[in-house]
Design a protein around this ligand. Structure first.
Ligand code: NAD
Length: 293
């Protein structure tokens, strides 16, 4: 069993750290929030007094932090105290540039690092059914895989360092754009007098089908139970979708890629978030489309 330092015990990290402890690992957990630390302790982790305290003597460090600057700062603090044999697994969603810089900084100290962002929300983190997309060398992937498998249902090697983050932002750019397209199709269908259930029955077995329609239908009472059936509470927050779309837009600028659909989705989610709906599930954007005269 591994000696794991787990840094970042928020909505996602708390469930993930608990699953590692349940699997029998010695998990030393740290978060800036005392409440998060108490939760981790109740779930079988040892509460550390600082990131350094958590990482001292660890063979693996897992980070689940809000953004690139948090990951870079925690790594700056930890790299000097980690043994050269240590493995860093960053599961946060961050920009590709920072992910590669962190991996390079790790390599200069002889450490091994992978970026391993996740698909799946808070429920999947708690249930251990996340999908991990991993960027790093084959050796690093081979080391990270068994640990990630204890927190997820799928662990996929995307390529070199940064490729996991690239996969994550490209995947979520599709999600943002297809959700917006699905919402506008339902809104147009409604204005044309087409019943939402009838449209769902047709489009879900036709070429308009997508995950946004058949697994995460944005219309209440249509398709499987989704956040739409709970007044758009829970699910994947608009603010997090916006974060991922901003990362995709910034990456596209850096790479010289043309992303007209992703850019438009980012603009629409920017406006929806600015209107005070950041905490609502991202499928709630259908409200703005349905409301338009
Ligand atoms: P969160 O804000 O709930 O948790 C982040 C935690 O990091 C907080 O508890 C915060 O106190 C802690 N933290 C911040 N800086 C720290 C530091 N220097 N040292 C120690 N702890 C620190 O966020 P979350 O929802 O758990 O998301 C974490 C990451 O996972 C993000 O990058 C997010 O984009 C990604 N993600 C989230 C979801 C989701 O549904 N919530 C889904 C997929 C990916």
């Amino acid at each position: 069993m591994a000696r794991i330092a787990f840094i970042g015990l928020g909505n996602m990290g708390s469930g993930m750290a608990a699953n590692l402890a349940r699997a029998g690992h010695d998990v030393r957990a740290f978060d800036l929030s005392a409440e998060a630390l108490d939760r981790a302790q109740a779930a079988g982790c040892t509460a550390a007094t600082s990131a350094i305290d958590a990482a001292t003597g660890a063979d693996t460090v897992v980070t689940m932090l809000p953004a690139g600057q948090h990951v870079a700062s925690v790594c700056d603090t930890l790299f000097p105290v980690l043994p050269a044999s240590a493995l860093l697994i960053d599961c946060s969603t961050i920009d590709v540039v920072t992910a590669r810089q962190v991996a390079d900084a790790a390599a200069t100290r002889g450490l091994t690092a992978v970026d391993a962002p996740v698909s799946g929300g808070i429920a999947a983190a708690a249930a251990g059914t996340l999908t991990f997309m991993v960027g790093g060398s084959q050796d690093a992937f081979t080391r990270a895989q068994p640990i990630l498998a204890q927190m997820g249902k799928a662990v996929i090697h995307a390529g070199a360092n940064g490729a996991g983050q690239a996969a994550k932002m490209c995947n979520n750019m599709i999600l943002g754009a297809t959700m917006l397209a699905t919402c506008e199709a339902f809104a147009l269908a409604e204005k044309l007098g087409l019943d939402a259930q009838a449209f769902y029955d047709i489009a879900s077995v036709s070429s308009g089908q997508s995950w946004s329609m058949t697994t995460y239908c944005p219309v209440p009472g249509v398709g499987p139970t989704t956040p739409a059936d709970n007044d758009y509470q829970g699910g994947f927050a608009t603010a997090l979708m916006l974060k991922d779309l901003r990362l995709a837009v910034a990456a596209a600028h850096g790479a010289g890629a043309d992303i007209p659909m992703g850019s438009r989705a980012a603009e629409r989610y920017e406006a929806f978030d600015a209107a005070g709906h950041g905490r609502l599930d991202f499928s709630a954007i259908i409200r703005t489309l349905r409301a338009k005269a």
